[in-house]
Design a protein around this ligand. Structure first.
Ligand SMILES: NC(=O)c1ccc[n+]([C@@H]2O[C@H](COP(=O)([O-])OP(=O)(O)OC[C@H]3O[C@@H](n4cnc5c(N)ncnc54)[C@H](OP(=O)(O)O)[C@@H]3O)[C@@H](O)[C@H]2O)c1
Length: 282
């Protein structure tokens, strides 16, 4: 059973709540999937009960995500689609709006559920304008909610000075080997929900002896132990697999109880970055 989390709400002019924006806390990431693999993986995942798909313009497969959603015959409003503004496209107000519209054309959908700035724009002076455009993407209905990715504590705190609407989500690398309690806390401090990417450290750690031993004691696979650990922190998480059996295995991770193994997971921390880490950039 996949839990949901409220990431925002819409108010009417009197300030009373009209409705909440709610998203599943578990879904499928589709990085490094070509269009054909992506379509088949998303279709399989949707059939198994996944309802959150995390793509990005940079992944080059938004088209396949949209096709799979339409072919699944699941009502659009039951599926939560995340896509992201490429860092190289995060240059200013106009380009941000234009790229959001382009994502909608690629997805061939009427709206995005959550649009993220993929990483803090490299041009620091562009960050405010990019975010103002993100806010407008939401106001004009291109996306239901907006957030950031790979934002460190200082990037989040800077947003307090220029954002009218603070981000709903900060998508960052989180897994048992990079637990990030302070960054998760800083994310929650600005009212955003942490969203943990690469819960398997891109597959680089699942064959390690220590996670194998913990998984044995729990009675699950190492991948399931890692995914469930991220989920139990309260973060949203999005393991990637293009293997149908592993897509099922990853969803089943939600059934395991890790509560007796807290100390074992604490000892796995090693500040392990599996790919890039823009959170520490200026
Ligand atoms: N915002 C960002 O900057 C950012 C960065 C990275 C990732 N992400 C998002 O997060 C998603 C997940 O992260 P990720 O793709 O980097 O890595 P990940 O989910 O940590 O790991 C994926 C790797 O693990 C393998 N795998 C999957 N399930 C497995 C299982 N049950 N047992 C053993 N191996 C398994 C996959 O291979 P198979 O496919 O062959 O199963 C793949 O090689 C991405 O797809 C993307 O949507 C975002």
């Amino acid at each position: 059973m996949i839990e949901h989390v409220t990431i925002g709400h819409r108010d009417n002019e009197n300030g009373s709540k009209l409705f909440e924006i709610v998203m599943p806390r578990f879904g499928l990431g589709v990085w490094q999937m070509d269009n054909e693999t992506c379509k088949s993986s998303v279709l399989h995942a949707l059939n198994q009960g996944y309802r959150l798909i995390d793509t990005a313009t940079a992944y080059g497969n938004e088209e396949a995500v949209g096709e799979a959603i339409r072919e699944s015959n699941i009502p659009r409003e039951d599926i939560f689609v995340v896509t992201k503004l490429r860092r190289v496209h995060a240059t200013g107000y106009d380009e941000t709006l234009q790229r959001c519209r382009e994502s909608l054309v690629s997805l061939d959908l009427d709206y995005i559920d959550l649009y993220l700035v993929h990483a803090p724009p490299e041009n620091i002076s562009a960050r405010e304008d990019v975010w103002r455009a993100m806010e407008d993407c939401m106001k004009i209905g291109l996306t239901r909610s907006i957030g950031v990715s790979n934002y460190g504590k200082s990037h989040l705190q800077a947003m307090r000075d220029y954002a009218t609407i603070l981000p709903s989500v900060n998508q960052i690398e989180i897994h048992p080997w990079l637990q990030r309690p302070e960054l998760r806390e800083a994310t929650i401090d600005v009212g955003a929900v942490p969203m943990g990417y690469s819960p398997l450290a891109r597959g680089q750690k699942v064959n390690d002896l220590e996670i194998g031993q913990i998984a044995n004691s729990i009675g699950c696979t190492p991948a399931q132990a890692a995914i469930k650990w991220v989920y139990d922190t309260g973060a949203i998480t999005i393991p990637k697999s293009s293997n149908h059996g592993r897509i099922n295995e990853n969803l089943e991770s939600l059934n395991f109880d890790l509560s007796d193994f807290k100390n074992d997971f604490s000892s796995l921390e090693e500040s392990y970055i599996s790919g890039w880490d823009p959170t520490t950039e200026p």
